[in-house]
Design a protein. Structure first.
Length: 224
């Protein structure tokens, strides 16, 4: 497997437990820790609507957006303003604002898990991201089942960590940058959660660092 490109896998072949596909997936995880998925089951309509509603929120006046910021919740749910997050080991803040949305919490969840915050200004905001969260969460479970098998475990190995867990959906907006001396919207970092799923972006910029220290660009606007 090339260190200079990110491999792509069909979710249907992963779910079929195709031996060659699973072996290639194992190699991708050992080589990059990152891969792209096609046939993932999340419709273009859901993604398009989610992007549209997300844009509508980030276009709201600053005072309205800031009313949904809850630092006492440590950013677990709701809005985090521009320039508030800094990558581990960095001193310059990332050039982004974002929103955190989680599962619909019921009595079976740990009581410490925060409930979602209702956005009053956009009628379908919460319902739209309930749908997207649910579909991404289901896809994440499928990915974790495959990883469990690669590790020689039962396919439900990760269930206790993620079912009724504190997964979250992050909507990120990277505003235009005018200062050419600081163009990194999100600086180099490793995610701290169990597994991360990213949908196709509208603009390029995401890169993955390979074991040789080279940054590999990820294609934007893809269906993976």
């Amino acid at each position: 497997m090339s260190f200079n490109s990110i491999p792509s896998f069909s979710m249907s072949r992963i779910e079929d437990r195709d031996h060659a596909t699973i072996e290639e997936l194992k190699l991708a995880l050992m080589t990059h820790g990152f891969f792209t998925i096609t046939d993932h089951g999340i419709s273009d309509d859901v993604l398009t609507s989610s992007y549209s509603v997300s844009k509508e929120f980030f276009a709201l006046p600053e005072d309205i957006k800031n009313s949904y910021a809850h630092p006492e919740k440590a950013g677990a749910r709701g809005y985090t303003p521009y320039g508030k997050e800094t990558a581990l080991g960095e001193t310059t803040a990332d050039l982004k604002e974002f929103w955190h949305h989680g599962p619909i919490v019921d009595k079976l969840f740990d009581p410490r898990i925060e409930k979602n915050i209702e956005v009053k200004e956009i009628e379908n905001f919460n319902s739209q991201f309930d749908i997207l969260f649910s579909q991404l969460n289901n896809l994440g479970l499928k990915v974790l089942r495959s990883i469990a098998l690669i590790l020689g475990k039962k396919d439900n190995f990760f269930n206790d960590w993620v079912i009724k867990g504190n997964s979250l959906l992050r909507l990120i907006h990277y505003p235009p940058v005018s200062d050419p001396s600081n163009i990194l919207r999100a600086r180099a970092h490793g995610d701290i959660n169990l597994v991360t799923l990213l949908v196709g972006a509208e603009k390029s910029g995401l890169e993955v660092k390979n074991p040789n220290g080279k940054w590999i660009p990820i294609a934007a606007k893809s269906k993976s």
